[in-house]
Design a protein around this ligand. Structure first.
Ligand code: SF4
Length: 230
């Protein structure tokens, strides 16, 4: 049967059909965008040690003359594997090493963590990888080593508003916090979590390391978030 002018199959006016298709496509692309958002997360790693304690600072930091770098690396790697697996994210959108003074960490630790991330999720070559730098703890040769480890951005930490990492945070995207006192907001997919949770890791590094050794992570606090919180 020939279609009459201005009518689509099923007898619907063509203009109505077009409008319906436009709305449908928008809904489809909206849910694709939502899926894409949930498939990615920013990762924050907290290095808790400093050389000295500045009186004005209220960050989670500790002064320890002999840091056990090997143990710290093992625990950061283990917690990364646990939380990235838990989240089931497919892609890491940015990595930020903060502290404390992360430039006191060994470049080998940074390299090992980036290698771990890329085993657990996609970490594209052009991903922003930031390391906060305290100029006194990072000479030019150490900065070069951090670059070789995979860092492509250094920050003085103060009012670092322009990083992709902070943009992800402000846009309400998922982020995963690793290390003593780190914060996160993500969906614990392997536990069947349909909603995001706010998570805080144990503050004190020795206690955090013990918890990571015993249970694979040092999450101290979990709060389920509503759509309004996100
Ligand atoms: S985090 Fe920075 S400001 Fe705070 S104690 Fe360490 S070096 Fe000082």
């Amino acid at each position: 049967m020939a279609l009459s002018r201005g009518r689509a199959a099923g007898g619907w006016p063509v203009s109505l059909c077009r409008r319906f298709m436009t709305v449908w496509r928008k809904l489809e692309s909206g849910s694709e965008e939502e899926e894409e958002k949930e498939a990615a997360a920013a990762v924050y790693v907290h290095w808790p040690y400093c050389q000295r304690r500045c009186t004005y600072c209220n960050f989670n930091k500790y002064v320890k003359p002999a840091v056990d770098h090997d143990l710290m690396q093992q625990c950061l790697v283990r917690e990364s594997e646990t939380l990235l697996h838990l989240s089931q994210i497919k892609r890491i959108s940015s990595v930020y090493f903060g502290g404390g003074t992360p430039s006191l960490a060994k470049p080998a630790t940074i390299a090992k963590l980036l290698e771990t991330f890329s085993k657990c999720a996609q970490l594209p070559d052009d991903t922003e990888v930031t390391l906060e730098v305290n100029p006194t703890s990072a000479g030019a040769s150490k900065l070069a080593e951090f670059r070789s480890a995979g860092v492509n951005r250094f920050s003085l930490g103060i009012q670092d508003a322009v990083s992709n990492h902070n943009l992800m945070y402000w846009r309400g995207r998922q982020y995963i916090g690793i290390g003593p006192g780190a914060h996160g907001r993500f969906r614990p997919s392997t536990e069947g979590g349909a909603q995001r949770e706010a998570r805080v890791q144990t503050l004190e590094p020795d206690v955090w390391m013990m918890e990571v050794k015993n249970s694979g992570h040092g999450t101290r606090k979990r709060v389920r978030l509503t759509q309004l919180d996100v």
